[in-house]
Design a protein around this ligand. Sequence first.
Ligand SMILES: Nc1ncnc2c1ncn2[C@@H]1O[C@H](COP(=O)(O)OP(=O)(O)OP(=O)(O)O)[C@@H](O)[C@H]1O
Ligand SMILES: [Mg+2]
Length: 204
Amino acid sequence: MLLQQALPKLIQSMELGVDRICNISTSLRTFSRADQDRRVPFNIHEGIDSTILILKHRLRADDNRPAIEVITEYGNLPQVECFPGQLNQVFMNILANAIDVFDEVVQQAADGQAKPQTITIQTMLAQPNAIEIRISDNGKGMTEEIKSRIFDHLFTTKGVGKGTGLGLAIARQIVVEKHGGSLEVQSTVNQGSEFCIRLPICVE
Ligand SMILES: Nc1ncnc2c1ncn2[C@@H]1O[C@H](COP(=O)(O)OP(=O)(O)OP(=O)(O)O)[C@@H](O)[C@H]1O
Ligand SMILES: [Mg+2]
């Protein structure tokens, strides 16, 4: 190809690259917002989006499974008074667990076809003075026995070197103790799991 023809394409792909780097660096900054010693107003959706971007490399298809699809259904939310860096940590721990599930077992539909692997994130207002964030996956789900222990310190079903069993214990501590919210789970074996985070919008 002539240099003259190649040049515009080259510049275009450089521009795309720069755009992507900007997005990633904005996300990293949002994600790791240094935590103040008091709550600040925060756009929860920005926090979720930056977490998804950081996990993007884990969502891609690999040798064992198809790509994981993340569906976001965002409601119209006000800003929430919170510790943003800590809440992003909660989103990260819950999303990473959902991805771990898809990495562990290759899901198959009844007809033997690969089943789409989906994580759905919904947000909505919940009265009074609260919001809800629901993160669900259509993975293998949990038995009652496992479900009753997932928030315990050091409880893990993952192999040595794969899980420390701290992710959800930390998430619960951040949501309940630091933010006065609640973190609940519903799960059905072979159908999936849903984590529901409820947070007060502002504290008196
Ligand atoms: N979405 C999910 N579907 C099925 N099981 C889950 C899901 N999320 C968590 N679990 C179960 O809960 C256990 C505890 O999760 P937790 O995040 O606290 O620890 P972990 O993922 O094992 O280790 P890590 O400290 O690296 O997060 C997991 O080992 C897994 O058995
Ligand atoms: Mg975990």
